[in-house]
Design a protein around this ligand. Structure first.
Ligand code: ADP
Ligand code: ADP
Ligand code: ZN
Length: 218
């Protein structure tokens, strides 16, 4: 299964990607996670990316395309992958098309998660993740079963992102509408896009995505 999850910040891409990872045993390729990893490791890419990410703007296509191209060659991508947060510009979408062609692989589907702007702000403001295993949580919508203990790995090492604040979120939303939303038309025109209502419960949305994917293989 080779999939792109497309949608604004806070739409639930990471949450749904993690459920698909468990189901299909393929990796989640989150450029946001990769870039945060580079920032934490203080690599050259990380040093360049940090200020841009904190401001809610986009890291350069050149940097992100290179990271993804290398990542797609990973052995764990042989049976498929879920792209989460990439592509985010038309230039990245074109580069991805070239990369896939060169690697001799095809996309199965682009799934758009449709979520109202107010809900996005609420989702992003309450977001936190487990620093050990990456499991995602929310103050209101998805708390750990036992307070302060990660359901998945049992550790108590929760983190919040510096860019998950109301002001940066405004910039990120604007960036989404200006730079990323044109991809919806791009993939629609290629016949690769399916929109899913992202306003329900996490499980309901997972079922809807599953239905879309089941249709591809039936
Ligand atoms: P979101 O929760 O907004 O979907 P991500 O974790 O995907 O956040 O991305 C966080 C930040 O990392 C973005 O605001 C941007 O600065 C940078 N980033 C992630 N993916 C890309 C990309 N494909 N192109 C450019 N910048 C990116
Ligand atoms: P994205 O990767 O698109 O930025 P996330 O998957 O990180 O989004 O979700 C953003 C926040 O919203 C997280 O705190 C997550 O737990 C929560 N969330 C995800 N899906 C839903 C949903 N369907 N309803 C309510 N909250 C959700
Ligand atoms: Zn954990």
């Amino acid at each position: 299964m080779r999939l792109i999850l497309l949608g604004p910040p806070g739409a639930g891409k990471g949450t749904q990607a993690k459920l698909l990872v468990d189901k299909y045993n393929i990796p989640q390729l989150s450029t946001g996670d990769m870039l945060r990893g580079a920032v934490a490791a203080q690599t050259e890419v990380g040093k360049k990316a940090k200020a841009v990410m904190d401001a809610g703007k986009l890291v350069s296509d050149e940097i992100v395309n290179a990271i993804v191209s290398e990542r797609l060659d990973g052995k764990d991508c042989a049976n498929g992958f879920i792209l989460d947060g990439f592509p985010r510009t038309l230039q990245q979408a074109d580069s991805l098309a070239v990369m896939l062609k060169e690697k001799g692989i095809e996309l199965d589907r682009v799934v758009e998660l449709e979520v109202d702007d107010e809900a996005l702000v609420e989702r992003v403001s309450g977001r936190f993740t487990c620093g050990s295993c990456g499991e995602g949580y929310h103050d209101k919508f998805k708390q750990p079963e036992q307070k302060d203990i990660c359901d998945r790995c049992g550790k108590s090492d929760f983190k919040r992102r510096p860019d998950d604040n109301a002001e940066t979120m405004r910039t990120r939303l604007l960036t989404y509408y200006k730079e990323t939303s044109p991809l919806l038309g791009y993939y629609y025109a290629k016949g690769e896009l399916t929109a899913v209502n992202g306003m329900g419960d996490i499980d309901e949305i997972a079922t809807e995505i599953q239905n879309v994917l089941n249709e591809l293989t039936s």
